[in-house]
Design a binder for this molecule. Structure first.
Ligand SMILES: C[S@@+](CC[C@H](N)C(=O)[O-])C[C@H]1O[C@@H](n2cnc3c(N)ncnc32)[C@H](O)[C@@H]1O
Length: 343
């Protein structure tokens, strides 16, 4: 592992560089970026003027993409993360499962682990209706890492979607006292259950937890349909088990967002800045370096500027580079104007 002081100066920081990433990536030093987040050309979907995505056979496409992926792995710090977003393709009325084939090959051929497959659910998918199949409305974002020491800030992910504080009243948990009495637990077990219940009620009242559930042997159905596991063991041994409900939503491997459309944007397939911002919250800290080797219309760069991260963007198509730069300039002007307003 490189020490911070040994790191060579990183080129291209906060720049959108117009060129082929297969030539540009080798110019980046080993272990120099904190996050790679990108959406490569999908298989046989759009001609962006680079042969990537235009291959006639799927194996060729996958091997071209894996070459770029291997470079992303090389330039990633050991604490870094990689997020690849890919779309699927039908061939002769059959889904090819391209993204999953890529993810399997990536884990087999490169030294990476797949942490999650996060599904983007589009609220406004292309309304192309078929008589004998459903409208495609999801895309995977694969989250890969190089080591178990990857940086990860779960509390910052979707942090605005906290549940309201507990409104539990005076009666919280009271029904369980009666159920403990009615149960066939031994006197010692009943005492333990009452004590544990009082502790749990206190946790709710002090705001530590949102609520809880109690299961008592012989009164409630066994957890997980009676299959072996920690809760079943507790139920057998103590006669009861308590399940805490925390005051925050489950952080699920799914994100709901509309497809983004921008006025005058020449690019046909951009991803939503809001989604990328959530990945920045989850996987980076301010000032970290984020690389997008397929920058398109600059969505990753916009997310980085808005969230005070540094970025490096590579894009082969000059008109997309120009549009991305215009987008960034407009954003910087707005931020400047806001600074003046706040003075
Ligand atoms: C799916 S788009 C990315 C869109 C981007 N996420 C956004 O929101 O604007 C893929 C992009 O990769 C670019 N591209 C394709 N091959 C490339 C290569 N070899 N080097 C750099 N960019 C490439 C295409 O021009 C296209 O803009």
């Amino acid at each position: 592992m490189l020490l911070e002081t040994d790191r060579p100066t990183l080129p291209f920081v906060n720049q959108i560089v117009c060129g082929d990433n297969r030539l540009l990536l080798p110019l980046l030093p080993n272990e120099s970026v904190d996050l790679v987040i990108t959406s490569p050309p999908y298989f046989q979907q759009r001609d962006y003027g680079s042969q990537l995505g235009q291959e006639t056979a799927l194996p060729e496409y996958l091997s071209g993409l894996l070459e770029v992926f291997a470079e992303c792995v090389r330039v990633l710090k050991p604490t870094g993360n990689i997020v690849f977003n890919l779309g699927d393709k039908y061939q002769e009325a059959s889904l090819l499962l391209v993204p999953y084939r890529f993810a399997i090959a990536a884990t087999e051929q490169c030294a990476v682990q797949l942490v999650n497959n996060i599904t983007w659910l589009k609220t406004n998918p292309t309304p192309r209706q078929f008589k004998r199949r459903l409208v495609s409305s999801t895309e995977p974002f694969f989250h890969f890492v190089k080591t178990n020491g990857y940086q990860y800030f779960l509390d910052d992910f979707l942090a605005d979607s906290k549940l309201p504080k507990s409104t539990a009243g005076e009666n919280i948990g009271q029904k369980y006292f009666g159920l403990i009495e009615q149960s066939s637990l031994t006197p010692t077990q009943k005492n333990m259950a009452r004590e544990a219940l009082l502790g749990m009620i206190e946790e709710v009242r002090s705001g530590e937890i949102e609520g809880f559930r109690m299961k008592i042997r012989g009164i409630h159905a066994e957890p997980f349909g009676g299959q072996e596991g920690g809760r079943k063991i507790q139920l057998d041994k103590n006669g009861f088990t308590l399940i805490r409900i925390y005051n925050n939503p489950l952080k699920k491997d799914a994100m709901i967002s509309p497809v983004e459309s921008l006025k005058n944007c020449p690019h046909p397939a951009i991803y939503p800045v809001k989604l990328i911002e959530e990945f920045l919250h989850l996987l980076t800290r301010p000032n970290d370096v984020v690389l997008d080797p397929f920058m398109g219309a600059g969505s990753s760069a916009v997310a980085c500027v808005q969230q005070s991260r540094r970025f490096i963007g590579f894009e082969i198509n000059q008109s997309y580079c120009d549009f991305a730069q215009t987008r960034l300039n407009a954003l910087q002007n707005t931020q400047q104007a806001k600074l003046w307003d706040d003075l």
